[in-house]
Design a binder for this molecule. Sequence first.
Ligand code: BGC
Length: 806
Amino acid sequence: MSEHDELIKSLDLPAKVALLTGATTFTLAPEPSIGLRELRLSDGPTGVRGLRFHGGATVALFPNATLLAAAWSEATAYEVGTLLAEEAMAQHIHVVLGPTINLHRSPLGGRLFEQYSEDPLLTGQIAAAYVRGMQDRGVAACLKHLVANESETDRNTVDSVVDEATLRELYLLPFEIAASAWSIMAAYNDVNGQAATENVHVNNEVVKDEWGWDGLLMSDWFATKTAGPAANGGLDLVMPGPGGPWGDALVAAVRAGEVDEATVDDHLARLLRLATRTGALGPEKDYGTYPAPDSPERREQLTRLAAQGMTVLTNETGALPLAEGQTVALIGRHAVQTVCMGGGSAQVRPPHQVSIAEGLTARLGGDRVTVLDGVPMRSRPVPARDGFLVDPDTGAAGIAVTVLDADGAVVETRHEDDATSMVGLDDQLPRPAAAVRLRGRITRAGRVQLGTIGVGSWSVTVGDHSFAYDLSVSGGNMGEEILSPPNHTEVVEVAEGAVIDATATLAEGRGPAGQLFTGVGLFGLIAQAADRDAREVIDEAVRAAAAADVAVVVVGLTEEQETESVDKSTLHLPGAQDALVEAVAGAARKTIVVVNAATPVVMPWRLRVDGILWAGLPGQEGGHAVAAALLGDIEPAGRLVTTFPDEDGKTPAWNVTPSDGKLEYAEGTYIGYRGHFAGHAPAPAFWLGHGLGYGTWEYADARVITGDSPGVTVTITNTGKRASREVVQVYFRPAERDQPVRLVGWEGATVGAGESARVIVGTDRRMWRRWNTAAGRWNTLGTGGDLLIARGLGDIRATLPLRPEA
Ligand code: BGC
């Protein structure tokens, strides 16, 4: 029985089924006969992009998930949930597609920047707080992606092979902890041989039946392959629409007896429950008004959220925080082109992205900061930016776009200020596109790198030059073509005012489930100054570093590595960035390295620099946040949410490439710090939980509090010179030899200089159980072990034995 039985009964089968596929890319159809209004979804979790995949509204860009999680604070996660709810309400959005709570299994995973941590408890508790914050405001969260979706290679076809205990104890645990979410998204991959969208065991037996979860399970975009098996396998809603594998095929499956009509009714009941919870059914809600993305209020919130998660990895000589009055040589491509977000569906269109050069110069004044561009770090040039191209018709920064049909007639003209255009996906063109023409006037003369982005047959002219070439991606999958489109560039000498005029004839593409798409793609123009020789750049950096009191080198990754749809192949910094750091460190009086990346990188120079600040992907106020953290205006009180290995391959789980279509999670529950601690991989460079902040700490008088799930109390004293936030972490090392060490609880405390606090840390009872596969139930871990109080497992401050009866 559901509260909406009467409404459901009033619809015939085709009408019910029609509601179970999206109406557009991000909306669900209204049904006026039952009072159901349009339900609107938007991607998250770094901002609420709105109903369009590309080119939508200007919205706030939040720090990325690992940076937010590095605060190790449920209050922070709750605040993020409320702020994202406000961003959603401002756009009349009912469901925000996030948080992403897959785990950091291998550091190669391309989407780790969107996920919180390698630890299931930390991930689950942060997610649960975020969900509460969002849903307390009446906006639904959507946990994604259920389940075993830890890497991107062959993501539409890969079969993740995970034993039941590992699934329960590790990968399902964050979903279990955050199961108050009103919706969940089923992943692209298979789980143990069955598509996630059809996975009877995970979706029906575990999530809906065992946990009693009453929310709506939607598919990842284009992931649904079948009608009957998916409807019977617990999937409630196919996304996106219109079209897709349900519709008439599901009606036929019901009429043929393959699917019970009661199953369809249950899917619809869940959809109507979501609509009621979010205000799309029942009384119309007041959406309210909220601070604009560039309002002082949002800017303060986003600066603070970013800075407080930044993590001091080393501070050997006390060079951090930077002293006032010093002169700074600020060096690096990431200093001038700070990477504020990752790539893929988490991208949004922010009002601005403050670079570290802008932020530090604003904080210290131009006379104290010398900014030097660094070595290039991209192999794929980005679309034209900073006014390099202007629309030849209007002079506005960006490009002119003409969408053409098969007869060469104009379907639509557009101006795109970010030099890219999405065609045929969320623009509802009156006729299908067959070609797209992009034009931009070049505002800077000289040696320029020019080119195009997107799948198709291109013909390009600029001045006297003309080029023709075909661009495609291997496999020809439409989703991947949009998320990492191919490009081609040429370096040419151009006069100021020359126009690049490029036309692509569109190619056919396939969706993740093999669907045929025509007239769809992401297209763009590239135009930028050609790169200088790396040697020249490094020599210049060395001279500037030697002349300043302190050199701040900013290095990192880009959306080429930290993105949806592709994995990394190495953790080494791209380009000659390591050489740049080494050269500067050899010449400067003091060298601070800022790492502008969300996930682990190898730092061969880490013992030769004075300090390292890990800055994540810091969102639209990134440069201001880094300046505040470097100067200590806001304490970078972050603790790592994932373990940083010392070298490629030196992790408990590394490989992300399926073999014969299967990716074996052979390391079981020993991922990240758990595996390093057990000796399955060498000691890492930095452990999960590591982070120095700007305090120093003494721990005393640690005691166990006995109970079902034991806790600890401990006195911490801030022996440093300023107030600081400590995160007391408690790990359990079970006596059972086949069980890994695990984080069981933590508590944050802000303590003044020279002061002490008695901290009580409770532990989560779900960390004191193990899955008994033979019996199909949980057993309690009851044979004793040790509680470790640690600042990351590289710095254990107390070991408290637990007797079996404790
Ligand atoms: C991603 C999801 C996202 C969806 C809609 C998919 O490619 O895997 O996380 O929510 O697209 O943009």
